[in-house]
Design a protein around this ligand. Structure first.
Ligand code: SIN
Ligand code: NI
Length: 271
């Protein structure tokens, strides 16, 4: 299947050099309208397979009201989590042979006593052996985001530092304390406001942060985590893999981690 994406050589070069990239016009207005409806439904419906990480009143909830694997209980969400345009964009940015979905999550930053998402890398939380192989996320806001309602910021080139300790979202350490002196001195965080329909992609090792939501409405985001070929399970506890009977070091593959884009020899992104 030939899939058109808005990814240019400039996006690819920027992503590989800096560990994140902003891509405009990834979703059409019609797709955004559908995604808003589906994600609202998914957040209101407690399905059997979707995992909620904290309930109202919890310390994590003030950072993120999160639901993991919305696709497993909502067919409309599956259309977006497996969306070929998003997956092929990930294929082009990473240069991988193929892309699988690891999981999706709804990331709502709720109003009222909202806390920023602390500076962190994503990779330390994932149960994978290959921290450096370029697992990554697409971050899709359903409305315009800025510093008032929880847009993201990234530290360019921080993905080159390798995997550092995980940050506790309820009581965060300062990730910059883990950085060897002189390693990031010339890098300043880049704040990335987005218009609805635009997205960011970030490498799982890139330092990122999101502002608190000071408005009176939830900041609604869908994030999808993509795995390039060759990712294996480490055995670390994780809500998506616990209970699946996986053996350490086996490939993360099979029906719950499907291939969503594949490169065909001598061709651009195809599946
Ligand atoms: C957020 O949406 O606030 C954070 C997203 C992320 O950590 O990837
Ligand atoms: Ni993150």
């Amino acid at each position: 299947m030939k899939v058109q994406t808005p990814i240019t050589k400039e996006h690819v070069d920027f992503y590989r050099e800096n560990g994140f990239v902003k891509v405009d016009d990834m979703l059409t207005p019609e797709e955004l309208a559908d995604l808003r409806q589906y994600l609202e439904e998914a957040m209101q419906h407690d399905g059997e397979h979707t995992i909620r990480t904290d309930t109202k009143g919890g310390a994590y909830y003030r950072v993120l009201n999160q639901k993991v694997n919305t696709w497993r209980d909502h067919g409309g969400m599956a259309l977006f989590t497996f969306h070929p345009r998003f997956a092929h964009a990930a294929l082009e940015l990473t240069g991988a042979k193929e892309i699988r979905v690891f999981h999706d999550h709804a990331l709502w930053k709720m109003p009222e006593d909202s806390k920023p998402t602390p500076w962190h890398q994503d990779t330390p939380y994932w149960p994978i052996n290959e921290a450096e192989r370029g697992m990554m996320s697409i971050w899709i806001p359903l409305e315009d985001v800025n510093e008032e309602n929880g847009c993201m910021a990234f530290v360019p080139k921080s993905h080159k530092l390798g995997k550092l300790p995980g940050i506790n979202f309820r009581d965060p350490q300062n990730i910059f304390d883990y950085v060897e002196k002189g390693k990031l001195d010339d890098q300043r965080p880049v704040v990335v406001p987005l218009k609805a329909g635009s997205v960011t992609f970030h490498n799982g090792l890139t330092f990122h942060y999101a502002y608190a939501n000071k408005t009176d409405r939830p900041r609604r985001v869908l994030a999808i985590i993509y795995m390039p070929d060759g990712i294996t399970y480490s055995g670390k506890k994780h809500p998506v893999t616990d209970g699946l009977g996986l053996e350490p070091n086996q490939p993360l593959a099979g029906p719950l981690f499907p291939v969503v884009a594949r490169r065909i020899e001598n061709s651009a992104a195809q599946m």
